[in-house]
Design a protein around this ligand. Structure first.
Ligand SMILES: C[S@@+](CC[C@H](N)C(=O)[O-])C[C@H]1O[C@@H](n2cnc3c(N)ncnc32)[C@H](O)[C@@H]1O
Length: 236
């Protein structure tokens, strides 16, 4: 098992190889679609911004948008995009209390062991009435079922995806991690129906699945079964 910083430093050069089309591009579109309406005109923080793929889509809409990430390898590319980013951990945020109206995080919290500490930090840096969009890997999902039977996936020459700490949580568990001043106000589910990333390489299937995923993301009935569960919380 590698620590997150060295795992993502190794992965950084490869990260965007498959991110601009197909399955991964769909995930990013669905996630941007959640964060963008919340970010309009606000002071925004992205936890685990990586190379800035999502931050670059949010920044033009925000009053101020800042990205934080533990990996300098990943941040190098975000910096090259002209984004405002800094190094640090989600469990020890280098910001004053009540600095942001919105905190969001996609594909990151699943790699954070001290999750309650990260939730306390989110609460601390949010202003009263501020919101956070926090994505978890969902135990109640097709993705989780399938992942349990899959072989490790190569993410760079010397690294496979089983070398980083990864957690899966249920909605009930996520609610238990939240400090008392954060309450859940909405839910979204990303990747409800997609069984394997590879199906998005099939023309026709890709379009139909993307359209279905777009609808399922925001419906209460389907959102809770998303492979990626996005919990919208509000600070008292
Ligand atoms: C799968 S990437 C996602 C990057 C970006 N959110 C996106 O959607 O493209 C996960 C990112 O989380 C970062 N990360 C992992 N643990 C972290 C922590 N404790 N604090 C901040 N960033 C962390 C990694 O360095 C990596 O850039």
């Amino acid at each position: 098992m590698k620590d997150n910083r060295s795992y993502y430093d190794d992965f950084a050069g490869w990260y965007e190889r498959e991110r601009h089309h197909g399955y991964h591009a769909m995930l990013d579109r669905l996630q941007v679609g959640i964060a963008r309406p919340l970010a309009a005109g606000k002071d925004v923080l992205e936890l685990g911004c990586g190379t800035g793929l999502i931050l670059k889509e949010i920044e033009p809409y925000a009053r101020r948008a800042v990205g934080l990430d533990i990996s300098r390898g990943m941040l190098g590319q975000a910096h090259a995009r002209g984004l405002s980013v800094l190094a640090g951990s989600a469990t020890d945020l280098p910001f004053k209390d009540e600095s942001f109206d919105l905190v969001y995080s996609f594909k990151v919290l699943a790699h954070v062991q001290a999750i309650e500490q990260a939730m306390r930090e989110v609460a601390r840096v949010l202003r009263p009435g501020g919101r956070a969009a926090l994505e978890f890997y969902n135990k109640a999902s097709l993705r989780y079922l399938i992942k349990r039977f899959k072989r490790p996936h190569k993410v760079s020459d010397g690294t496979t995806d089983d070398q980083v700490y990864t957690r899966y949580d249920s909605l009930a568990e996520v609610k238990r991690y939240l400090p008392a001043d954060l309450s859940v106000v909405d839910l979204h589910g990303v990747r409800v129906f997609t069984p394997f990333a590879q199906v998005h390489r099939v023309p026709g299937v890709a379009q139909a699945l993307s359209a279905a995923e777009r609808i399922a993301r925001d419906q209460a009935l389907t959102a809770r079964f998303g492979g990626f569960l996005v919990v919208i919380v509000e600070k008292r």
